[in-house]
Ligand binder design. Structure first.
Ligand code: FES
Length: 150
């Protein structure tokens, strides 16, 4: 992200309550991650210590300090989803994306994550793509879902 784009984002939030977190959220949304040089730029522009910017950037799970794909796929591996077939759903996601958990493809299309309960046990297996919940996933259903995300 270039400094002109950063400055536009900063200027939209400067001086308002929660300006730092709103700036970081907008950078994360547009760029899909928070590059370290962007964090330095934000610290200088808002005249706050870099250590404080870094602390906020690492505090919230919504922020990433490593590059992410355009589409973030989270497959639940909690016990309830596991009992309902999450392993086969995960295998289908791995096959379609060519990724293992924690990886991002070379074209920045997908980042694949897995984790414990996503809070929708009764309708598992659960997959979240870019914040949208997809319930009762099967290998065939998840393949169709992933095709919707270019
Ligand atoms: S175990 Fe998967 S949503 Fe709860």
């Amino acid at each position: 992200m270039d400094s002109a784009n950063l400055d536009q984002i900063i200027d939209r939030h400067r001086g308002k309550p929660g300006d730092l977190i709103h700036v970081l959220m907008e950078i994360q949304h547009e760029n899909h991650w928070l590059p370290r040089d962007s964090l330095h730029h934000v610290a200088e522009a808002l005249e706050i210590p870099f250590s404080r910017v870094l602390r906020i950037a690492t505090l919230y799970k919504t922020f990433s300090l490593t590059p992410k794909g355009r589409n973030e796929v989270h497959v639940c591996n909690g016990i309830s989803c596991h009992l309902r077939g999450a392993k086969k759903v995960m295998e289908a996601v791995e096959r379609v994306t060519g990724l293992k958990a924690g990886e991002t493809d070379a074209n920045w299309r997908f980042t694949l994550e897995t984790g414990s309960c996503l809070g929708s046990c009764s309708v598992g297996p659960e997959v979240i793509v870019n914040g949208t919940h997809h319930a009762r996933m099967t290998p065939a259903k998840v393949e169709a879902v992933l095709k919707e995300y270019p």
